[in-house]
Design a protein around this ligand. Structure first.
Ligand SMILES: [Zn+2]
Length: 432
């Protein structure tokens, strides 16, 4: 007697074997029959003739850890067939956390709909809070390098020693490895040497390194070099996250292909490295990623204060040629405000639309948003819209692992924060 019998489906089991039409029997939550079930008794039967049946899909680059506390059902992942997500990417996780970072974490999580307390400090504590409450999908975690750095900044020991300690704690608690986001937040101020020290912690433990690398436009080659320096230092397995090269950002012709060739040759030499890509033309990003180092260096709050000064704004306009560099080239129509708790009424609009609405130009709109939110990057994000984002081919048959994108989740089913879907539940969601 099965609890569930699914009959007549074309089964694609994920092993690489060709599909076959078999019956699937499930007992006590486990597949206990793959074969002929026509005589079998079952509490529930599903006729799946003509349909494909497959194990849950894996999304290898997700930020659902930002939103899972607010929505444990993860409907838009589950509705797309995604049952496992690799989270904690791009250096940004909400643990480890030092006391001075708690308010910012609470505010950032609130922008994803979480209104509970931030009770955890260590990475293990966060895992207990998330998994103790149950999640619809399986989650595999990286700990974020930016989080390690922010937590360590308040330690009594020197920065890198404290970062090592936090990384060891996270690995002990079950992290797959650590991720970096070297384009924004505290990650942009990290040296290669600092990353190499952490890789030497991860490598011997069989843990991984995933990196949103430092540059994917004019300096893509050098950023890939740095990635491999870290890989070699720790002899660590690694994932180069969202290897996208955006249209009109100053990347040399063929830069993406050169990066892929480099990955191929390193793999041939025995290094266990892969890359992934965002499989659709949109991507989310952190608005403060546009802002120059000199403005961000003294912290988000100070940056927000400084943006009151018209002279600072004028200088930022000149210097904000980084990250999504097409913006500095005037292509604001490619940018849409996605999440902005201070100005929720503006969410979903492009910057030219906001400029028209407010009678100010797009830069001032951005500065106003950053100033009003306190400049904290997680509270203000934007998304590149449809014009050509990438000059990379969509698929590679070589070193790119692929992200799964079936379709946008039906809006009516997407979990909502206020009036908007929680963006981070989309498959392949990527700060990019
Ligand atoms: Zn990223």
């Amino acid at each position: 007697m099965f609890d569930l019998l699914i009959r007549g489906a074309r089964v694609v089991d994920g092993s690489g074997r060709p599909e076959c039409t078999v019956d699937i029997g499930v007992r006590a939550g486990r597949v206990s029959l793959m074969g002929d079930g026509h005589r079998a008794a079952a509490a529930e039967r599903i006729d799946a003739t003509g349909l494909i049946l497959t194990p849950g899909l894996i999304d290898p680059h997700s930020h659902s850890d930002w939103s899972v506390l607010a929505n444990r059902d993860a409907l838009s992942s589950i509705h797309q067939g995604v049952t496992t997500e690799v989270v904690g990417n791009c250096g940004v996780t909400f643990a480890p956390l030092a006391d001075p970072g708690v308010d910012a974490a609470r505010a950032a999580l609130a922008s994803f709909g979480y209104d509970g307390e931030v009770t955890w400090r260590t990475f293990g504590d966060l895992l207990e809070v998330v998994h103790g409450g149950g999640t619809a999908q399986n989650l595999a975690w990286f700990v974020g390098h930016t989080a390690l750095r922010n937590a360590a900044a308040h330690a009594e020991s020197d920065l890198v020693t404290a970062m090592r300690w936090h990384l060891e704690e996270a690995l002990e608690a079950g992290a797959l490895g650590f991720s970096s986001g070297l384009r924004y937040g505290a990650g942009r101020f990290a040296s290669s040497e600092e990353l190499e020290v952490l890789a030497r912690v991860a490598g011997p433990r069989g843990a991984m390194y995933a990196s949103h690398i430092r540059n994917r436009d004019a300096d893509l080659g050098r950023a890939v070099d740095e990635f491999f320096r870290v890989v070699r230092a720790g002899e660590v397995r690694a994932q180069l996250s969202h290897l996208n090269v955006r249209h009109d950002t100053g990347a040399a012709d063929g830069a993406w292909h050169a990066a892929v060739s480099r990955l191929e040759s390193e793999r041939s030499a025995g290094w266990d490295v892969l890359a992934d890509m965002t499989p659709y033309p949109h991507g989310i990003g952190l608005a403060t990623g546009l802002l120059p180092d000199w403005l961000i260096a003294s912290g988000d709050q100070a940056a927000a204060e400084a943006l009151r000064d018209p002279a600072v704004r004028a200088r930022v306009r000149e210097d904000a040629d980084r990250y999504w560099r097409f913006i500095h080239r005037g292509q604001w129509e490619r940018v849409r405000l996605a999440v902005s708790p201070a100005t929720p009424e503006w969410e979903g609009r492009t910057f030219p639309e906001l400029a028209q609405l407010t009678g100010r130009d797009e830069w001032d709109v951005l500065f106003d948003i950053c100033r009003r939110t306190g400049g904290t990057s997680e509270r203000c994000s934007s998304s590149a819209s449809s014009s050509p984002k990438t000059m990379s081919p969509r698929r590679s048959d070589t070193t790119c692992s692929f992200l799964v994108w079936t379709a946008s989740p039906p809006a009516a089913r997407a979990p909502l924060v206020g009036a908007r879907p929680i963006r981070c539940f989309s498959t392949g969601t990527s700060t990019s």
